[in-house]
Design a protein around this ligand. Structure first.
Ligand SMILES: Nc1ncnc2c1ncn2[C@@H]1O[C@H](COP(=O)(O)OP(=O)(O)OP(=O)(O)O)[C@@H](O)[C@H]1O
Length: 504
């Protein structure tokens, strides 16, 4: 990647590469070329992060600053967003996405900015609820990395919603209010994640890791006094998927032969990445073709990874991809760059997921009637059971009250909504209080500053006055001394003319 044009990548084909032998089979002997060949690629961004001593080295923070703000903006505008890192094993995907303590990666930096934005939106009377999910796809199975129940690690199924697309069922969702909540989730998930040592990477990810953050923004109507909240008027639901794919690899390179588990892992990782590559190629071809009739069917269901990412690959999502390359293996790098070239052509169909809320007021009469009828039916049930007990009919099944259950559920959901509204109102008022505190603090510092200025002014004025007085005294003294001198001179003159005889 030449420093002068950060958006292009040049790949030099080594003379002994498989590329030549495969290409030579396809072309005539006249076209055959034995000398070194170069391939040119051009992307939205192309960055160098090989040696931190070089001037063009891009660290994680610099890299995040190029794309991160766009991602956050789309996410808060209600778009689903996805960021995937692809590349051969040990090329730096996990380092770029997760980073480490000194050099946080895209995922922690993104979450930090999402939380900051959430805090800012309180002033616009927008409540943000953030929930984090962390799963991995290992050997084609989905595991919930945040579950407290270890056997559940293998139990998640992928289902398809008719409009929202595929989703993972029964996965643990954690509320994220503070950065510390995120760090706890990340640590918990990472400790459950499958990694192994291969000859190419001591800490190689053997699974695809997907962190999803679900965001629900609720906008409240402003009241006249501007300090209280009205009803909720608009809701926006979006999600961001941050994906660290397992490394593409050739088994001979990773030297895992004989280790049956590793071979199975490697084969399934390669299978899912091959399906992903096939989806990229077909989606790129479909995007280029003008007629829908010729569009190929995309084999999303051929792997769990592509099935889960179906919406992000071509549906309702703004998707970004990072392709990591390293000089370890020419063939892998060549394939990675070719996938990247295909991905550039794919068009998705993102739309903001906004919903206007109908401000239907709660019917308290109806709720009270529901309460009365629930109490009555419970009383009936108690009577019934007491009668049954009295008649020794202990084995008979109790009377069920399904309709009352539904009513109670409705009431619970209403109370849940009210609680979350009150919680936000609390946050909102706290924020206002903080703002007032800040303004008060600012005013206080201004008053302190003016005090100091006044003090300085008085001091200077006093000094000026003193110096004025001193100057006039000096002038007086000097006048006086010149008068004295004059007087002395007169006396001397008189003394010279003095004739004692005339004096008497
Ligand atoms: N830009 C970088 N600066 C410094 N060190 C890096 C950089 N990129 C990667 N590394 C280091 O290289 C090694 C391999 O990187 P990493 O684990 O991120 O690769 P990977 O592509 O995720 O591999 P795998 O697919 O096997 O999980 C790690 O020790 C990582 O710290």
């Amino acid at each position: 990647m030449p420093a002068e044009d950060p958006k292009s990548t040049i790949l030099t084909v080594p003379p002994n590469s498989l590329y030549h032998s495969q290409r030579n089979k396809a072309i005539s002997s006249a076209q055959k070329k034995t000398s070194e060949e170069q391939k040119y690629y051009s992307f939205d961004e192309s960055v160098w992060s090989f040696d931190s001593n070089q001037s063009n080295y891009t660290d994680n923070r610099k890299f995040y600053n190029k794309t991160g703000p766009d991602i956050i903006e789309h996410f808060f505008q209600g778009f689903n967003v996805c960021l995937l890192a692809y590349g051969q094993t040990s090329s730096g995907k996990t380092y770029t996405m997760m980073g480490d303590r000194e050099e946080p990666g895209i995922i922690p930096l993104t979450i930090r900015d999402i939380l900051n934005q959430k805090q800012r939106l309180v002033n616009e009377k927008i409540n943000c609820q953030l929930k984090l999910l962390y799963i991995e796809i290992y050997n084609e199975q989905v595991k919930d990395l945040l579950t407290n129940n270890q056997p559940d690690l293998k139990k998640c199924r992928v289902r398809e919603h008719p409009t929202l697309g595929p989703y993972v069922e029964n996965v643990t969702e954690c509320n994220i209010d503070l950065y510390a909540d995120f760090v706890n989730c990340l640590n918990k998930g990472n400790s459950n994640r499958a990694t192994a040592s291969t000859s190419m990477n001591d800490n190689s990810s053997r699974s695809h890791a997907i962190i999803t953050v679900n965001l629900k923004q609720t906008k409240f109507v402003s009241q006249n006094d501007n300090n209280t909240l009205g009803e909720a008027e608009e809701e926006m639901v979006s999600n961001i998927k941050l994906v660290d794919l397992a490394g593409s690899e050739r088994l001979s390179k990773t030297k895992v032969f004989g280790q049956q588990d590793r071979v199975k892992e490697g084969t399934l990782i390669n299978k899912s990445l091959t399906v992903l590559g096939r989806c990229f190629n077909l989606l790129a071809t479909n995007s280029n073709s003008s007629s829908c009739q010729n569009a190929s069917v995309i084999p999303y269901r051929d792997s769990t990874l592509t099935y889960i990412l179906k919406e992000n690959l071509a549906g309702n999502s703004k998707s970004f991809m990072i392709f990591c390359i390293s000089p370890i293996d020419f063939e892998e790098t060549y394939q990675t760059l070719n996938y990247a070239n295909q991905v550039k052509k794919i068009k998705t169909a993102a739309k903001a997921n906004k919903t206007k809320l109908s401000l239907a007021p709660i019917d308290w009469e109806e709720l009270r009637a529901m309460d009365q009828s629930a109490i009555q039916s419970l009383k009936d049930e108690i009577n019934d059971l007491t009668n049954k007990l009295n008649n020794f009919e202990l084995n008979s099944s109790p009377t069920s009250v399904p309709t009352e259950d539904n009513k109670s559920l409705k009431l619970i959901s209403y109370l849940d909504n009210e609680t979350s509204k009150l919680k936000f109102e609390n946050t909102f008022l706290k924020q206002k209080l903080l703002e007032r505190d800040r303004q008060l603090h600012e005013l206080q510092s201004h008053v302190d500053y003016m005090d100091q200025e006044l003090f300085g002014f008085i001091k200077r004025a006093t000094q000026d006055k003193l110096s004025l007085q001193t100057a006039s005294r000096l002038a007086e003294i000097s006048n006086f001394s010149s008068l004295l001198e004059q007087h002395q001179r007169d006396l001397e003159l008189q003394l010279e003319d003095y004739d004692p005889a005339k004096a008497f």
